[in-house]
Design a protein around this ligand. Structure first.
Ligand code: SF4
Length: 87
């Protein structure tokens, strides 16, 4: 009987780890980016700008709730400097 809860917890942990590993990351090409800042205007809850106007984006996989904002930021970029990395 004590094995069932442990097995369920292990399964939940595996699902969580798997989801995190599959979560795409939003990346910026620092050579292409010219610091216009349109990405931060399009997704202010996801993208900040540094003092020079270059984007500061999360260094982790995106949560499902962040994907729409990430795509909006990528679409807004006139230099196409934002891209998605999936692992
Ligand atoms: S909109 Fe594009 S070029 Fe402008 S700061 Fe964002 S990533 Fe860089």
């Amino acid at each position: 009987m004590t094995g069932a809860p442990q097995a369920a917890a292990a399964s939940a942990a595996a699902r969580t780890a798997g989801a995190g590993a599959a979560a795409p990351r939003l990346r910026v090409d620092p050579v292409t980016c010219d610091g216009i800042g349109a990405c931060a205007l399009a997704a202010p809850d996801l993208v900040d700008l540094d003092p020079w106007g270059f984007p500061l984006i999360p260094r982790r996989g995106l949560a499902p709730a962040e994907l729409a904002a990430a795509h909006a930021a990528a679409r807004a970029c006139p230099r196409q400097a934002l891209w998605f990395q999936s692992r």
